[in-house]
Design a binder for this molecule. Structure first.
Ligand SMILES: *Cc1c(COP(=O)(O)O)cnc(C)c1O
Length: 435
């Protein structure tokens, strides 16, 4: 049903339901703070993306940008869905290996990959290494020579378009820390080096213009630039990229202030633009790869907290404090990110007209999860459920104040499964040594 805060959610006996499971029961069974993913939502979004490509009859890959939430179970779901994944570290490669994820479907990103990470990637035969800078080209060459082998590569380029949440601009991106600049011919120079290197198989070009983007034009312009560059390289070097990788960044709804189009609509616009431009430029239609992170995993996640103390100061907004905060979701403190929430055990109760502020338990004044929200009158022991916390929440979790990282549960079709255990105090000191 539709409720006041614009999020669709199901209730049973006045409790918030997630994937057919009572969220209040989950909170009691596993404790709080708890991160819950509705896995069917993950699968659904992946299928929406795939449908767009199939309807447009282009070759494609959906590569989940796993930095948004990487875990063994996440990689297992991506494997089941026949997706590719992006990884950005040895840690993510290692975790994908633990999940038996097929390494030929892995794209390895990053602007400062270490020799150890490159060796790990090459030895495990990752599908493609996305080259970011000249230093990396020479490191990778050394690694390939040492291991006497070859690899697929793509070049990450900066298309000169930078997109922000609600806008984009055409010049701002040239000073990005990522990728080869097109304008100054860095990208062309990198291409020559790679084409001349028999150990590197040049698969295509990549551009990622930003994150939590609402504006479709930035994506379309970046896609057109990739086609234009392909056409130019085809002419100059008789080389045409087989793959155009347009990155991710499709914006999602966090609060009532956000009204994005569906993530797959961005992709539809991108695909149509690439088809049209390729046709105009007379080049073969390349395969199109996308790298959504947030839009796949974000809306599927919920953070559950238990309400504790409440501070009412007359004339000032009341603070309702929960048992988590910036340690499990730093986005409000870091980016002033906004979220919606409900009291999971009073899911249909009418909210009070005076808003409250949801505070975390961390020793930082900035540890406020929600600045302003209308909730039913809260009591200690109530369960607060925050929506759309699945991306860059647990992924950025810390042990600040030596609080434990929460447990993570996957739910689907009325079943729940613990997929990351809550940390223990022993875990906290596992690496500590006595002095
Ligand atoms: C972060 C990132 C993504 C995913 O961005 P989202 O906003 O989570 O969709 C994709 N590609 C690259 C290269 C990234 O760095």
């Amino acid at each position: 049903m539709m409720i006041e805060n614009d999020f669709d959610y199901e209730t049973r006996h006045n409790h918030l339901m997630i994937g057919g499971v009572d969220s209040v029961e989950l909170a009691h069974k596993y404790g709080t703070p708890l991160v819950v993913y509705d896995v069917s939502k993950i699968r659904e979004q992946i299928n929406h993306f795939k449908s767009v490509f199939e309807d447009n009859q282009v070759e494609y890959e959906v590569s989940y940008a796993s930095k948004a939430f990487a875990s063994v179970a996440t990689y297992q779901v991506m494997k089941q869905e026949n997706c590719h994944i992006d990884v950005v570290s040895g840690g993510e490669i290692y975790t994908a290996l633990q999940a038996d994820f097929p390494m030929d479907k892995v794209s390895f990103h990053g602007n400062n990959k270490s020799v150890e990470e490159l060796v790990m990637a090459v030895k495990n035969h990752v599908g493609v290494i996305i080259l970011d800078n000249f230093h990396e080209i020479s490191l990778l060459n050394q690694v390939l020579e040492e291991l006497n082998t070859t690899t697929n590569v793509m070049l990450r380029i900066t298309p000169g378009i930078s997109a922000h949440t609600h806008e984009y601009d055409q010049t701002g991106q040239v000073d990005s820390k990522f990728g080869f600049d097109v304008e100054s011919k860095q990208a062309e120079q990198a291409l020559k080096m790679v084409l001349d290197n028999p150990r590197m198989n040049m698969l295509g070009i990549h551009a990622h213009i930003g994150s939590q983007i609402f504006e479709v034009n930035g994506f379309v312009m970046a896609a057109e630039k990739l086609v234009d560059l392909s056409a130019e390289w085809h002419q100059k070097f008789d080389y045409q990229p087989q793959v155009l990788n347009v990155g991710g960044g499709f914006g999602i709804k966090y609060s009532e202030e956000d009204d994005p189009i569906a993530p797959e609509k961005f992709v539809d616009a991108i695909v149509k633009a690439i088809k049209k431009r390729s046709n105009q430029k007379g080049i073969n239609l390349p395969a199109i790869w996308i790298e959504p992170g947030r839009s796949i995993i974000g809306p599927a996640g919920y953070n559950l907290y238990t309400v504790g103390s409440r501070k009412d100061v007359s004339g000032i907004k009341s603070y309702v404090t929960v048992d988590g905060g910036m340690g499990d979701n730093i986005r409000p403190a870091l980016y002033q990110a906004k979220y919606e929430a409900v009291i999971a055990n009073k899911a249909n109760d009418k909210p009070k007209s005076t808003p409250v502020r949801i505070a975390g338990k961390y020793c930082e004044s900035g540890d406020i999860l929600i600045q302003n929200i209308n909730l039913p009158r809260t009591q200690p022991g109530d369960i607060l459920a925050m929506f759309a916390t699945g991306a860059y929440g647990y992924a950025m979790a810390s042990n600040y104040n030596l609080n434990l990282k929460p447990a993570v549960v996957f739910v689907e079709n009325g079943q729940d499964k613990l997929v990351i255990k809550r940390q223990s105090y022993e875990d906290l000191v596992r690496l500590d040594l006595k002095y």
